[in-house]
Design a protein around this ligand. Structure first.
Ligand SMILES: Cc1ncc(COP(=O)(O)O)c(C=O)c1O
Length: 401
């Protein structure tokens, strides 16, 4: 029997899948550098880069080479064995963080789950049966699994899934008084995105971080950095928390870490390094050798090509460009930029700009209703960055006309 050709369009998408993604009407053929190419021959400047995953753009030969070389050796062996890519990646993450132990998983939400479990087990081993509480900050996003979702602020991600994980709670973002009110001897850990991504690109304040450190020492709780979106160099340092006076007890990474392959990690300090024992936590696929080889290649490219410095410089250029637009277009209310993590608040639904930019060959993203989010590859050139600014200029001008 002849199979009917499968149409790749939004209609078929509706027939095949659960309806949990609002997909763009594009079928991607391939990517090169900062551009995605569709099967109908169109080219799109990708200013969202797989939602912050594709930090070195598409088709980097060093990354592709590392992936294919490892695939030829073995694709999977399980965590019953030892393997060089995992060991080298762990060594690298410890060298970069100065922390003590690594656990590898497959995604951001899994890293958060591991960090929640590690925090609670650490607290339990401390002998205080009351110390169960895990807190996060309002407006945050930590993931979709139950623990991570229970720490996530936005009602739209949580509604209908209750009851959530008990013993979780939220501190008002950057509100030192609320922080003082909420933490206590019952607190096991506070989870912090030092630059909130999904929440619209908001940076935690120095004063808040300072007080958090003091209270962590006073009450004996852990500070967990969720660097899943802001980490791996996007804000100009490998870890975004390096720009603050703090050393977290646990750091969560994912998104760009595997160079586009599924890879997450938690890195823990001395306090927690003896907490997990054989069998107490694990994953079948976590620390996949190809993903680890890709992660090593990614980190190598980040450093050897000076991409973190480049993120700072290109980010500044984009900010200056958007500031010029803001002087002309009243719709732009605020620009928040940390390296190549950029949020532009507008006074209407940001979705409108996503759709208009798409028509003009530029991919941007909307978050928090009225924030245009840019998370371009760290490899983006100044000309490409300018193309994005010019396209936004055109859209705002046409809207006014
Ligand atoms: C800060 C942060 N934490 C956690 C997650 C969850 O990661 P994943 O989608 O890989 O589960 C995300 C994803 O957007 C994120 O931005």
């Amino acid at each position: 029997m002849l199979m009917k050709t499968l149409d790749i369009n939004l209609e078929t998408e509706q027939q095949l899948f659960f309806h949990n993604y609002a997909r763009l009407p594009l079928e991607i053929d391939y990517g090169k550098g900062s551009f995605l190419y569709t099967t109908d021959g169109s080219r799109y400047l990708d200013m969202i880069a797989g939602i912050g995953v594709n930090a070195i753009g598409y088709g980097d030969e060093r990354l592709v080479g590392a992936i294919t070389a490892q695939a030829a050796k073995y694709i999977h062996i399980s965590n019953l064995f030892m393997q060089r890519p995992q060991f080298e990646l762990a060594e690298k993450l410890l060298e970069l963080s100065g922390l003590s132990s690594v656990f590898l998983c497959n995604s951001g939400t899994e890293a958060i789950e591991a960090a929640i479990k590690l925090s609670r087990k650490w607290a339990a081993l401390g002998g205080n049966g009351e110390k169960r509480e895990v807190l996060s900050l309002s407006n945050c996003f930590h993931g979709r699994t139950y623990g991570a979702m229970s720490l996530t602020a936005k009602p739209k991600y949580v509604e209908g899934y209750e009851p959530l994980l008990p013993g979780t709670g939220m501190i008002d973002f950057n509100d030192v008084e609320d922080l003082e009110r909420k933490v206590s001897g019952r607190t096991a850990a506070v989870f912090v995105e030092f630059v909130q991504g999904e929440g619209g690109i908001h940076r935690v304040s120095e004063a808040f971080v300072r007080r958090l450190g003091e209270l962590a020492a006073q009450h004996g709780f852990l500070i967990v950095a969720d660097d899943i979106q802001a980490g791996c160099g996007r804000t100009g340092t490998f870890f975004s928390y390096e720009q603050f006076d703090v050393i977290p007890d646990i750091v969560c990474l994912a998104k760009p870490l595997g160079g586009g392959l599924p890879l997450g990690a938690i890195i823990g300090g001395e306090k927690v390094s003896g907490v997990f024992t054989p069998g107490s936590h694990g994953t079948t696929f976590g620390g996949n050798p190809i993903a680890c080889a890709a992660g090593l290649a990614l980190i190598d490219v980040l450093f050897s090509d000076g991409l973190m410095q480049k993120a700072v410089e290109t980010g500044r250029l984009i900010r200056e460009g958007i500031e010029k637009l803001a002087a002309k277009h009243a719709r732009i209310q605020e620009i928040r930029q940390y390296g190549l993590m950029i949020g532009i608040t507008v006074d209407r639904e940001a979705k409108y700009y996503v759709e208009e930019a798409l028509k003009k060959g530029v991919l941007v993203n909307a978050t928090s209703q009225n924030v245009i989010r840019l998370l371009p590859p760290l490899t983006i050139s100044l000309e490409e960055a300018q193309l994005c600014i010019d396209t936004l200029d055109e859209i705002f001008s046409e809207e006014q006309a």
